[in-house]
Design a protein around this ligand. Structure first.
Ligand code: ADP
Length: 262
């Protein structure tokens, strides 16, 4: 039976720094959420998107991936949820080498990782409620689970009162909130966000990042690819800076640009 949302993986975990990761019906406890070992990605057009990337992200971290367009940020996120495979190296998520996952095991990985995009990717013919409920429905949730959990996640993002609105009736910030609530519907230990504020004005962007920070405080590991210097600097979180596919900097409490005289 499913555990109640939203803090199931914390509530049943006697050691909160470790997450209980379901694997083939058995539990494995891991504190390292994401690890890249010597990862390179070459695309067919001979573009090397990532080169020998090594990184580790622990449970509960909030990490920004920064760098100019085309530097490999999206590719790094896609490797994590197995949208891409590396040409070389290993990507380990929740203790599992996801580069070696069978295709049939990928849906289980994807239920462990919520993903949010710049363009929201909501279903335009469905209301906010239906967008979230549908994400649960496709994972095989029962009607009762859907009716219980959909309002919980909409409430978490502050949108329960707009549950019956269609995407075109919502502001950009509200649409992004729906997309975040949909990403959280399976209570994933990891939330990835690819330029989540790219289409939003500065105040709304700040609200969205604050929402991600609140979700992080509840125990979800968060990785955000971002161009938004103001937000990255104001948040003061770990910053991994990419430069043409390699890690140029990895700093706790980092900034968008390297300080000339830190
Ligand atoms: P970023 O997110 O930092 O903008 P990307 O990871 O999207 O960077 O892209 C890195 C490089 O790989 C870019 O040069 C981009 O054009 C190229 N690239 C990304 N995806 C593909 C793809 N599916 N096929 C070919 N080239 C790609």
């Amino acid at each position: 039976m499913r555990s109640p949302w939203p803090t199931a993986h914390l509530a049943c975990n006697p050691r909160p720094h470790l997450v209980y990761w379901q694997k083939s019906g058995e539990g494995v406890q891991v504190s390292r959420m994401i690890e890249f070992r010597d990862v390179s990605v070459s695309y067919p057009n001979d573009i090397q998107a990532l080169r020998d990337v090594n990184l580790r992200i622990e449970k509960g971290e909030f990490v920004f991936i920064v760098g100019p367009t085309g530097t490999g940020k999206s590719t790094l996120l896609k490797l994590t949820y197995r949208e891409e495979k590396p040409t070389k190296g290993k990507v380990i998520v929740g203790g599992q080498d996801v580069t070696r996952l069978r295709g049939s095991a990928v849906p289980r990985l994807r239920r462990s990782i919520g993903v949010v995009f710049q363009d929201f990717r909501l279903l335009p013919q469905k209301t906010a409620w239906e967008n979230v409920a549908f994400a649960l429905y496709v994972t095989g949730a029962s009607r009762r689970e859907i009716e219980t959990r959909t309002p919980q996640v909409l409430d978490l993002v502050g949108l329960l009162d707009r549950a019956d609105a269609y995407p075109h009736q919502l502001s950009g910030g509200e649409q992004q909130r729906v997309s975040i609530s949909r990403a959280l519907v399976n209570d994933p230990p990891i939330l990835l966000a690819d330029e989540p504020t790219g289409n939003l004005d500065p105040d709304t962007s700040w609200d969205i990042v604050q929402l991600l920070a609140r979700i992080n405080v509840r125990g979800t590991t968060i990785v955000v690819a971002s161009h938004d210097q103001h937000i990255v600097d104001r948040m003061g979180k770990r910053v991994i800076a990419l430069d043409r596919g390699t890690i140029a900097r990895d700093e706790a409490k980092g900034r968008y640009y390297e300080l000339a005289n830190p």
